[in-house]
Design a protein around this ligand. Structure first.
Ligand SMILES: [Mg+2]
Length: 274
């Protein structure tokens, strides 16, 4: 690849590259193949754990790329199945335990649930649920208290340097760093590696993807009828962010193809002018 700016694709998994209901990515296969042929990195960015993402990343054929795990709370380096950075999950649970019981009891998370309960709440099978319970950096869960109590809970978390992010299914707690922060870090890493500017294209379907879509050079919103998806974004007005017509891997395939086709077109137009 000479002369053309190189690109990296950043993609959410559930409801974006993976079907919201059955977690399949069959419909995205043609484009995944194209990315591999063109040596375009695909950085998966999900609320999933390293234990869940490592086998998935390998199955998709992108084991050579970094993966953003646990909603940006950590990064899984290429070719490894265990994060090398320091785990922060034990410290997080300690903060929750130290909170007033009235608040703490309104939040129940993966660490409180049995493998069977995680399976029931996520639709994952038992083996996958066991991997989902292997937290390194964050704790996803559900809030059962009032909105006012939730505000109090969020304030108490903030006082202990903890953050909460609402995803498609769960409210996830961590010590910070979002998918957007990790996108910027990984882009810088590749800019150094490739010795030139990198264009990033991000895809997501939920509130926890919005900042990542804003941080990327370009992005695509994948509709998700299961939870209403992402509302109108500023970037849609100038065409920097597109909105897929179909949900899940079908919309993912369509969006990445359209992004790649536009780049080819732009390149041809530039050639004509010079
Ligand atoms: Mg999602």
């Amino acid at each position: 690849m000479t002369g053309q700016q190189r690109i990296i694709i950043f993609s959410d998994l559930d409801g974006t590259l993976l079907d919201h209901a059955d977690y399949s990515w069959q419909a995205a296969l043609p484009t995944l193949k194209k990315l591999k042929e063109q040596d375009i990195p695909l950085v998966l960015a999900s609320s999933k754990t390293a234990a869940e993402m490592a086998p998935l990343r390998a199955a998709l054929g992108f084991d050579h790329c970094e993966a953003i795990v646990e909603n940006g709370a950590g990064v899984l380096p290429p070719h490894v199945s265990q994060p090398t950075a320091q785990r922060s999950h034990d410290g997080l649970l300690a903060v929750l335990t130290s909170m007033p019981e009235a608040l703490h009891s309104c939040f129940s998370g993966f660490s409180d649930w049995s493998v069977e309960e995680v399976s029931r709440r996520t639709g994952l099978d038992l083996a996958a649920s066991e991997r989902a319970k292997m937290r390194d950096f964050s704790e996803p869960g559900l809030w059962s208290g009032s909105d006012a109590q939730l505000q109090e809970f969020l304030q108490a978390l903030k006082a202990k340097s903890l953050f909460a992010q609402q995803g498609g299914r769960f409210l996830t707690l961590s010590f910070g760093a979002s998918k957007a922060d990790r996108l910027c870090e990984i882009v810088s890493l590749y800019e150094n590696r490739w010795d030139g500017p990198v264009e990033s294209f991000a895809l997501g379907d939920a509130a926890n993807d919005v900042a990542m879509l804003e941080a990327a050079s370009r992005g695509a919103i994948i509709p998700n009828p299961a939870h209403g998806g992402i509302g109108p974004m500023q970037g849609e007005k100038d065409g920097r962010i597109i909105r897929a017509t179909m949900a899940g891997p079908v919309g993912w395939n369509e969006s990445v193809l359209s992004f790649l086709a536009n780049r080819v077109m732009t390149k041809t137009e530039v050639k004509k002018e010079t």
